[in-house]
Structures are given as C-alpha cells and as structure tokens.
Design a binder for this molecule. Structure first.
Ligand code: IMP
Ligand code: MG
Length: 193
C-alpha cells in the first residue's frame, strides 16, 4: 500500500471543481515552511492564527516549521452564511499571550478584500511586537478593496468562492482535504439560512 492514499470523502461529491489538490497543498506547505524557517533564522516565532478558517492550514504548516513557535488564535467574523461579505470584519475573541517585542506571524486562510488582515495587523501593531508578518494559504488578488500584500502566500486563485481545507460555506466543508468550488445548486441552500 502507498504511504499516503487520497481518500474520497463524502463531501467531495458537492464540489463542481477542485482548484488545489491535497498533494499540491502538501508540496506547497513544505516550501512555505522552508521559506519561513529562512526568514526567521535564529528567532522564535509567535504564530497567531485567525480561526476558524486558518485552523487546518496552521496546524499543518506549524508542524513543518523548524523554529521555536508560540501559538495563539484570534477569532474574526465578517461572513454570515453567504458567499459574499455582509459585515465589516469584527474581532470576536482576542489574544491570551503577550506579543510585545515578539516576532509575530499572522496566519489566515485567504486574503480577499484585505479588510480582515488590515484590521488585525493594525490591532497587533499597536501591541508593539518586534515584527509582524502575514502568511495566507490563498490570495484572491483581484478582489482587494484595501491595499494589502501578504509576506508568505500559498496559492493565488481566481475570484471564485472556495471551500475546503479550513474554508467554509455556512460552516460546512472545512474538513475537505482539498480546495474547490461548490456545485452551483449548493451555493445557497435555503435550509442553511
Ligand atoms: P477579507 O477580509 O475580505 O480579506 O476576507 C477574509 C475572510 O473572508 C477569510 O478569512 C475568509 O473567512 C473569508 N473568505 C473570503 N473568501 C472566501 C472564500 O472564497 N471561501 C470561504 N471564505 C472566504
Ligand atoms: Mg476566515
């Protein structure tokens, strides 16, 4: 038996298209982790994950990083059961570890309009860290409403609403091991409203 097999899980059937496969994610994360190790050579990283979306990405990425790491999470919400932003991003739960004079690596699932990361970077910068960098799994460059560039990016993707590997539609599909686009009929199911 091969060391790793791609198992079809039931939610796969809801995808119209896979944009990033499980194997592509695995390969890209290894390269990203190596890049992060280089940039933070000799330093401890204070990783801050924006949950829930960055949960799976953060868990896999941090296991590949060969530096001392402290971890905390913040919760930000801006989407409500829809495939378009309906509210300005709001901080729902804040840090529990101190970050003053620390090298902060802020991790999110996707850079879309840029509003979430711009807001969280401002909050973190006010806490006087030694440095703040950002790492996103996905970047939809074409959707930016505020200027924002991540320091580390997994994949640039087109302007499509995607689910899987942490990204949700109405809190579903975060557990998919790949990233894809839902079948059109599932993009607004009335029973989830
Ligand atoms: P931004 O503030 O517009 O950059 O949005 C960032 C947040 O919007 C992400 O952390 C996601 O939670 C959510 N988001 C943006 N695009 C998508 C998508 O295609 N699928 C799922 N969530 C998304
Ligand atoms: Mg999110």
């Amino acid at each position: 038996m091969p060391a790793r097999t791609t198992r079809k899980i039931p939610a796969h059937k809801d995808l119209a298209e896979i944009l990033v496969s499980e194997a592509q994610i695995r390969r890209r994360l290894a390269a990203l982790a190596a890049e992060i190790d280089r940039v933070y050579a000799g330093q401890e990283i204070t990783a801050i994950a924006i949950i829930n979306g960055a949960l799976l990405f953060t868990a896999d990425l941090l296991r590949l990083i060969n530096r001392p790491v402290r971890l905390d999470c913040v919760r930000v919400s801006s989407y409500r059961n829809a495939t378009a932003a309906v509210t300005e991003p709001q901080l729902r739960s804040s840090l529990t570890i101190d970050i003053e004079n620390r090298h902060v690596l802020l991790i999110d699932d996707i850079l879309d309009t840029g509003k979430t990361l711009a807001m969280v970077v401002d909050l973190i910068s006010a806490m006087k860290p030694a440095s703040v960098r950002t790492c996103v799994l996905l970047d939809k460059r074409g959707r930016r409403e505020v200027p924002f560039e991540a320091d580390f990016t997994g994949f640039e993707i087109p302007d499509r609403f995607v689910v899987g590997y942490g990204l949700d539609f109405a809190e579903r599909y975060r557990n998919l091991p790949c990233i894809g686009v839902l079948k059109p009929a599932l993009q607004n199911p009335p029973e989830w409203a």
